[in-house]
Design a protein around this ligand. Structure first.
Ligand SMILES: Cc1ncc(COP(=O)(O)O)c(C=O)c1O
Length: 397
């Protein structure tokens, strides 16, 4: 038996990854994957942008680039982020290989084996596995419809061993779909101030809002720029252009940036120049704005189709909230329900989703499930939801 490191031994196979194998079966309607619909990618627009690049840019696309990112992309992305009110001049921007890498780098920067970190419960599985890979002790804090529980956070903060950071996804949470209220963000800021606990603010979905009136709730904590908190803001091109580009970013205070740049250098030297050139052209052409506006409408339609189907078919004991943006609806089932039994039946019937315990930092709580509406047409949603509802009834009565 090869003698693996302790850190690697603590890694578990992700249930999402296992289910992806099933999700790719053509006869199954998949509500499992958190990926954009293939039919929505701006394939022709990007082809045209590439064709129009001058030869020097095309050559640079094939070449290694600087570790922090191609200067032209750093500049155009700063413009994009400044429009959200983010303090780009007072911080440093680092292009990463997906925002997954940003989370991994931040994990490496802060965590020593056995040290506690605070995460939401439920929490994005990619963050859990990144922090687990540095042998963090994951401490989950409950999330309700307005955001993270402040009472739960206070309890965790008052414990003896201080957490190394708090990780949150306040804008269309994965998996819970929650959009934090402005009030909850302010309470969170007040609770963190003076604790010397940095905040990792993951904004992978904030652009995919359905209601213009939600702007105040969508304002990043990083843009509020609160005194006395080191906010590490992460974002991604995955949901606003395509995950295949493998491009994300972090916007962090200078001192944290310096460590992160060194970590990235040792991980992959630089993110793909080829896709950086494309993302840069996409921003500079202004198409990113019109494209995001169009996919927002499409996801809103898909979400509405799922809401209508859930209203029609779900038993009343299942709790859920209508999404205000993003990709997900989170169903809470009666206490003690095992969602794995439900997914097994649903797969037999022809639909798949992700079970709740995947997102539990302790990997136990399983009376919930995540449905994604992003990757299905309204027709597929109308066909698939009754299968899920029937499986729920078969298990819960
Ligand atoms: C909340 C959240 N953060 C980060 C990511 C990572 O995205 P990527 O590495 O593609 O940028 C995802 C992907 O689904 C996500 O849901």
């Amino acid at each position: 038996m090869p003698r693996f490191s302790k850190a690697v031994s603590s890694l578990r196979s992700s249930e999402i990854r296992d289910l992806m194998t099933l999700a790719s079966r053509p006869d199954i309607i998949s509500f499992a994957g958190g990926m954009p619909g293939n039919d929505l990618f701006p394939v022709e627009a990007v082809e045209e942008l590439y064709r129009r690049l001058d030869i020097k840019k095309k050559q640079a696309a094939f070449q290694y680039g600087p570790t922090p990112g191609l200067p032209s992309l750093l500049e155009s992305l700063e413009g994009f982020l400044e429009k959200k009110g983010l303090p780009v001049k007072e911080n440093r921007l680092l292009i990463t290989t997906g925002s997954q890498q940003a989370l991994n780098i931040l994990g490496k920067a802060f965590i020593d084996p056995g040290e506690p970190v605070l995460v939401e419960n439920p929490c994005f599985i990619g963050a859990l596995s990144a922090f687990r890979s540095y042998e963090a002790e994951l401490r989950g804090v409950p999330v309700d419809i307005d955001g993270i529980s402040i009472e739960g956070l206070r309890q965790e903060i008052s414990r003896n061993e201080k957490a190394k950071f708090l990780y949150i996804t306040p804008y269309f949470h994965n998996p819970a779909g929650v959009l934090y209220t402005a009030e909850r963000k302010n309470q969170l800021i007040a609770t963190l101030q003076g604790t010397n606990i940095p905040l990792i603010e993951d904004d992978a979905y904030g652009d995919l809002y359905f209601f213009e009136g939600d702007q105040e709730r969508l304002k990043p904590i990083k843009a509020i720029n609160p005194d006395g908190i080191n906010v590490c803001y992460t974002g991604s091109f995955s949901k606003i252009l395509g995950p295949g580009l493998r491009l994300g970013w972090m916007l962090v205070p200078e001192k944290i940036y310096a460590k992160c740049e060194l970590i990235k250098q040792s991980a992959d030297a630089c993110s793909p120049s080829f896709t950086q050139v494309l993302a840069d052209a996409f921003i500079r052409s202004g198409q990113i704005y019109s494209y995001v506006a169009s996919v927002r409408q499409e996801y809103k339609k898909r979400a509405a189709a799922m809401v209508a189907a859930l209203r029609e078919h779900l038993p009343s004991y299942v709790q859920w909230d209508e999404p205000r943006g993003g990709f997900y609806i989170w169903l809470t089932l009666p206490k003690g329900t095992d969602a794995t039994r439900i997914v097994t039946l649903a797969i037999a019937g022809g639909a798949v989703f992700v079970v709740g315990k995947t997102f539990d930092p302790a990997g136990e709580q399983n009376n919930a499930l995540r449905l994604s509406y992003c990757n299905n047409t309204p027709e597929q949603i109308a066909e698939g939801i009754p299968i899920v509802a029937q499986a729920i009834r078969a298990v819960c009565g």
